[in-house]
Structures are given as structure tokens and as C-alpha cells.
Design a protein around this ligand. Structure first.
Ligand code: HEC
Length: 143
């Protein structure tokens, strides 16, 4: 993104969030909602060794600075942001999320997390899902 555009979008964001705060002062942060169709989406990519390896490669470039080495949640950027991230080695960390939900979060971002958006092909995002799932357990997920 160009510098001017970046500055502009930050300004815009500041204006929008300022006016949002004015209109509902005591409202809690809007709840993050994943559309049910998205949550139910089946993972079309089998968690093969090749898929997981692809996911890991991309993870190291796009995610590790926040989610930490091998998903331990201790990335440098997360520390800077004072974000507390889950340790994906803990099987409890992702157990309440379907693959479809993980896909949605990775594609669209969440809170402080930037979206992959159109930078990543769907299969690349499924590879990421397969990779982070593989951290908690060794046997491949069939979902
Ligand atoms: C700038 C830091 C940052 C980057 C880069 C980032 N994330 Fe996140 N991620 C977060 C934060 C912060 C949350 C928690 C968001 C919330 O719940 O408000 C999160 C949440 C998630 C979640 C939801 C489950 C959970 O642990 O809360 C998944 C899955 C996830 N990230 C995967 C990824 C993947 C895969 C990448 C790389 C493509 C990535 N993230 C890149 C900061 C980041």
C-alpha cells in the first residue's frame, strides 16, 4: 500500500472509530460473528504431509511474527502488541473451532489480526488450517 493511502486509511479509521464511540459510548466491542455457512464449510484439502509442509512455509512468512515459532503464541509482534495468543500445541486451543471457522478467520482477519484476503488462494489457506491443526495432534484431521 502506498504511503499516502496508508495515512489516509489510518485517518479514516480514526474518524470512523471516533464517531462509533460517540454514538454508543457504553456498548461493548461488536461481537465477532462467523456466518454459519462459513463455519460449516468442509476442508477440501486433505491434511497430507505435503499440505502441512506448504502451510508451514507460509506460516513462517505470514504468521510466525505474531503466533510464534511453531504456533507457540509467542511471536515478537504479538509481544509488541501485548496480544495474548493461544499456544497451538495445546489441543484445547483450537478444539472449539471448525476448519471452516479457522479458514474464515485467516481469510478475513480478526481484531488485531490482519486478513490474508485475496493474497492467498483458498488452497493455501486450507494448508494453513491443516498446519496449525497438525501442531496439536499428530493424527491427520478428517474434517
Ligand atoms: C499482527 C499479528 C498477527 C498476524 C500476522 C497473524 N495473526 Fe492470527 N491472530 C492474531 C490475534 C491478535 C488473534 C486473536 C484475535 C481476537 O480474538 O481478537 C489471532 C487469531 C487467530 C486465529 C483464531 C484462533 C485464535 O488463536 O484465537 C487463527 C486461527 C489465526 N489467528 C491464525 C493465523 C494465521 C494462519 C496467520 C498467518 C496467515 C495469522 N494468524 C497471522 C494476530 C495475528
Amino acid at each position: 500500500m502506498g504511503k499516502t493511502l496508508r495515512v489516509l486509511s489510518m485517518l479514516l479509521l480514526a474518524v470512523v472509530s471516533a464517531s462509533a464511540q460517540e454514538s454508543k459510548p457504553a456498548a461493548p466491542a461488536a461481537e465477532y460473528k462467523i456466518p454459519p455457512e462459513a463455519a460449516k464449510m468442509a476442508n477440501p484439502v486433505k491434511p497430507t504431509a505435503a499440505s502441512i509442509a506448504q502451510g508451514k512455509k507460509m506460516y513462517e512468512i505470514d504468521c510466525e511474527m505474531c503466533h510464534g515459532k511453531d504456533g507457540d503464541g509467542k511471536g515478537d509482534l504479538a509481544a509488541d502488541m501485548k496480544a495474548k495468543l493461544a499456544d497451538y500445541h495445546d489441543p484445547a486451543a483450537l478444539k472449539d473451532h471448525t476448519d471452516g471457522e479457522l479458514f474464515y478467520i485467516i481469510k478475513n482477519g480478526k481484531g488485531e489480526m490482519p486478513s490474508e484476503g485475496d493474497r492467498a488462494k483458498p488452497d493455501a489457506i486450507w494448508n494453513l488450517v491443516n498446519y496449525i491443526r497438525s501442531l496439536a495432534k499428530k493424527e491427520p484431521s478428517t474434517k
